[in-house]
Design a binder for this molecule. Structure first.
Ligand code: ADP
Length: 460
């Protein structure tokens, strides 16, 4: 087994990884920026090393400093968490070259899946349905318009290196192509330093359905069912659940088999996610593969009883997965709400501050992953997500009711959050039916905000 793991991340995911290591009696080394001196992950790790200044570029993205910290503290592996360096093939390669284990897939696999147009190609070759679109990348608005004419509008212009919904534009008619293509490409160049673009048909009102996969170095590849991540704002996930109301057992088996095929084709190891959009007729299309642990992984843990980070650690140590596909049983229903320090009433403006009072929900079937504690000051330098509330119930209805009462109990004083908005979503008829699609929040946001406003801050 591994002896000492450097956790190259911060916030709740760093805490999450440290907890798994601790239960496996693996020592941990936290890294932190000068802005995170008092962070929970620093306090929970066996030891901690400051790797630079507050801006991510100066610390959590500084490969050299992080590697030096790993070597100086005698680590044998590095867990990258999500975001930051987690999908950076160069970092994974440098970790391996330094003689350490990178907890994730091989650098070549990260690289291949990170180029979404190349990933699409690989899926097509392996019989995984992809969204109709361009073959490979598209170089100009003119070429894009030519392909779009064949596909039929609306289409999506997407950045091959894209992530977090950036570098993506919807195009409804030929007249919009020039502008959409150029702005999406400029955004991709600015965000990812890579302006390669490709084209996909826009699937109207789809659901975002993703499959969790696990693979070890002995050739076992399994899936752990799906997550429905269709409650999104600007292509960013807000609430997730497992299983999805939209899948029949037959469709689940088919999509799961496609996800396993995708992971096998990629030569995958560790935990990963195969993302699809699912249309109203039950057709599913691959959109991308994420080569890391994801924010929403706890809903899968709740319904399978597995610890995905521990599985990652086992695989990194060369051990086989702890379960076979036949042994995976999905029990009950789980929902996750991401709690972000942002104000929905002010256009979701980030709202940093100091935690003046904190009460976390508990009781049967409730889990909270967070780095918050009373007196903790959030930092404007990092992502606004401060907590994840996850519930498990015997049925979907029980999970929904449990999440409502968990959000009623949750009290974070000191800054605005999206907690009330999520609470109202849990009462929306469309949500209750489970038939919502990725356009749900945009369609209903004004109504939900009005409800919130009318309640005068007393929605609970
Ligand atoms: P990113 O890596 O930036 O998150 P994705 O390719 O995963 O980009 O897409 C993000 C979201 O955009 C998806 O969850 C889905 O809601 C929407 N989306 C992506 N591709 C399509 C498509 N072809 N048709 C409809 N919606 C899409």
């Amino acid at each position: 087994m591994l002896k000492r793991v450097l956790v190259a991340n911060r916030g709740e995911i760093a805490v999450r990884i440290i907890r798994a290591c601790r239960e496996m009696e693996i020592e941990t080394v936290a890294v932190y920026s000068t802005a995170d001196r008092d962070s929970l992950h620093v306090q929970l790790a066996t030891q901690a090393v400051c790797v630079g200044g507050p801006r991510a570029q100066e610390s959590y993205l500084d490969q050299r400093n992080i590697l030096s910290a790993a070597l100086a503290t005698g680590c044998d592996a590095v867990h990258p968490g999500f975001g930051f360096l987690s999908e950076n093939p160069e970092f994974a390669r440098r970790v391996e070259e330094a003689g350490l284990v990178f907890i994730g897939p091989a650098p070549e696999v990260i690289e291949k899946m990170g180029q979404k147009s190349a990933a699409r190609q690989l899926m097509m070759e392996n019989g995984v349905p992809v969204v109709p679109g361009s073959e490979g990348t598209v170089d100009s608005p003119r070429e894009a318009a030519g392909i779009a004419a064949g596909l039929g509008y609306p289409v999506l212009v997407k950045a091959s290196a894209g992530g977090g919904g950036r570098g993506m534009r919807r195009v409804d008619s030929p007249g919009e192509m020039e502008n959409a293509f150029s702005t999406a490409r400029a955004e991709a160049e600015a965000c990812f330093g890579d302006g390669s673009m490709y084209l996909e048909k826009l699937i109207l009102s789809p659901k975002h359905i993703e499959f969790q996969v696990l693979a070890d170095t002995q050739g076992h590849v399994i899936h752990l069912g799906e997550r429905d991540c269709s409650i999104q704002r600007r292509n960013q996930k807000l609430m997730e659940e497992s299983p999805s109301k939209a899948l029949t057992p037959a469709l689940r088996a088919e999509m799961g088999a496609a996800a396993v095929r995708a992971a096998r084709a990629a030569g995958y190891r560790s935990a990963g996610t195969v993302e699809f959009v699912l249309d109203k007729e039950g057709h599913y299309y691959f959109i991308e593969m994420n080569t890391r642990i994801q924010v929403e992984h706890p809903v899968t843990e709740m319904v399978t009883g597995l610890d995905l980070v521990k599985e990652q650690l086992r695989v990194a140590a060369g051990l086989p997965l702890s379960v076979t596909q036949e042994e995976v049983a999905i029990t009950g229903h789980a929902i996750e709400c991401r709690i972000n320090a942002e104000d929905p009433a002010k256009g979701f403006l980030p709202s940093p501050g100091t935690v003046e009072f904190l009460h976390l929900p508990g009781g049967c079937g409730v889990r909270v992953d967070t780095m918050l504690y009373p007196g903790y000051a959030t930092s404007p330098y990092y992502d606004s997500m401060v907590a994840k509330v996850i519930v498990h119930g015997a049925s979907r209805l029980e999970a929904v009711r449990r999440m409502r009462r968990a959000l009623e109990e949750l009290m974070i004083r000191g800054f605005a959050t999206n907690q009330e908005l999520e609470y109202l979503i849990l009462y929306h008829p469309e949500y209750l039916k489970g038939q919502y699609d990725t356009g749900f929040l945009e369609r209903n946001l004004q109504e939900l905000l009005r409800e919130r406003g009318e309640a005068g801050g007393h929605v609970f």
